[in-house]
Write a protein that binds this ligand. Sequence first.
Ligand SMILES: [Zn+2]
Length: 92
Amino acid sequence: MTATEFRFPMRSDGSYVFGDLVGHVDVVCVACDKCGREGSYSVRTLINKHGPNCKVADLICAITADCAKSHSLDETDHCGAHWPDLVKVFVD
Ligand SMILES: [Zn+2]
Protein backbone atom coordinates (compact mmCIF):
# COMPACT_ATOMS: atom_id res chain seq x y z
CA MET A 1 0.00 0.00 0.00
CA THR A 2 1.43 3.38 -0.96
CA ALA A 3 0.83 6.58 0.94
CA THR A 4 -1.39 9.14 -0.74
CA GLU A 5 0.64 12.04 -2.08
CA PHE A 6 -1.00 15.39 -1.47
CA ARG A 7 0.07 18.26 -3.65
CA PHE A 8 -0.02 20.73 -0.80
CA PRO A 9 -0.23 20.33 2.95
CA MET A 10 -3.50 20.07 4.80
CA ARG A 11 -4.11 22.57 7.61
CA SER A 12 -3.34 21.36 11.12
CA ASP A 13 -7.07 20.77 11.66
CA GLY A 14 -7.25 18.54 8.57
CA SER A 15 -9.02 21.05 6.36
CA TYR A 16 -8.37 22.81 3.10
CA VAL A 17 -9.38 26.40 2.39
CA PHE A 18 -10.25 28.05 -0.90
CA GLY A 19 -7.05 30.07 -0.85
CA ASP A 20 -5.22 26.74 -1.29
CA LEU A 21 -6.92 26.21 -4.65
CA VAL A 22 -5.68 29.40 -6.31
CA GLY A 23 -3.33 28.52 -9.13
CA HIS A 24 -4.47 24.89 -9.13
CA VAL A 25 -8.05 25.12 -10.34
CA ASP A 26 -10.30 27.93 -11.62
CA VAL A 27 -13.71 26.29 -11.37
CA VAL A 28 -15.01 23.73 -8.88
CA CYS A 29 -18.05 21.51 -9.45
CA VAL A 30 -20.60 20.47 -6.84
CA ALA A 31 -22.67 17.34 -7.31
CA CYS A 32 -25.18 15.46 -5.18
CA ASP A 33 -26.27 11.97 -6.16
CA LYS A 34 -29.29 12.11 -3.88
CA CYS A 35 -30.93 15.40 -4.84
CA GLY A 36 -29.50 15.62 -8.35
CA ARG A 37 -27.77 18.92 -7.70
CA GLU A 38 -25.04 19.76 -10.16
CA GLY A 39 -23.27 23.04 -10.58
CA SER A 40 -19.95 24.76 -10.93
CA TYR A 41 -18.49 27.73 -9.14
CA SER A 42 -15.58 30.00 -9.93
CA VAL A 43 -12.91 29.71 -7.22
CA ARG A 44 -12.26 33.44 -7.58
CA THR A 45 -15.95 34.24 -7.02
CA LEU A 46 -16.14 31.94 -4.00
CA ILE A 47 -13.08 33.61 -2.49
CA ASN A 48 -14.48 37.09 -3.16
CA LYS A 49 -17.72 36.10 -1.48
CA HIS A 50 -16.51 33.94 1.41
CA GLY A 51 -12.83 34.82 1.81
CA PRO A 52 -9.66 32.79 1.13
CA ASN A 53 -9.82 31.14 4.56
CA CYS A 54 -13.27 29.67 4.01
CA LYS A 55 -12.97 25.92 4.49
CA VAL A 56 -13.84 23.77 1.49
CA ALA A 57 -15.85 21.40 3.69
CA ASP A 58 -17.80 24.22 5.36
CA LEU A 59 -18.80 25.83 2.09
CA ILE A 60 -20.38 22.70 0.69
CA CYS A 61 -22.72 22.75 3.71
CA ALA A 62 -23.62 26.38 2.99
CA ILE A 63 -24.16 25.73 -0.73
CA THR A 64 -26.41 22.74 -0.05
CA ALA A 65 -28.27 24.22 2.93
CA ASP A 66 -31.45 24.27 0.81
CA CYS A 67 -31.20 20.56 -0.05
CA ALA A 68 -34.13 18.80 1.57
CA LYS A 69 -31.81 15.97 2.53
CA SER A 70 -29.20 18.15 4.24
CA HIS A 71 -31.37 18.23 7.37
CA SER A 72 -32.65 14.68 7.12
CA LEU A 73 -32.86 12.91 10.47
CA ASP A 74 -32.20 9.63 8.69
CA GLU A 75 -28.41 9.34 8.74
CA THR A 76 -28.46 6.97 5.77
CA ASP A 77 -30.36 9.50 3.66
CA HIS A 78 -28.30 12.66 4.04
CA CYS A 79 -27.47 15.01 1.21
CA GLY A 80 -24.55 13.53 -0.70
CA ALA A 81 -23.13 16.78 -2.05
CA HIS A 82 -19.42 16.70 -2.78
CA TRP A 83 -16.76 18.33 -4.94
CA PRO A 84 -16.17 15.63 -7.58
CA ASP A 85 -13.18 17.42 -9.14
CA LEU A 86 -11.25 18.31 -6.03
CA VAL A 87 -9.77 14.93 -5.28
CA LYS A 88 -7.79 15.35 -8.51
CA VAL A 89 -6.57 18.74 -7.31
CA PHE A 90 -5.52 17.60 -3.85
CA VAL A 91 -4.13 14.20 -4.73
CA ASP A 92 -1.56 13.92 -7.45
ZN1 LIG B 1 -28.33 16.91 -1.81
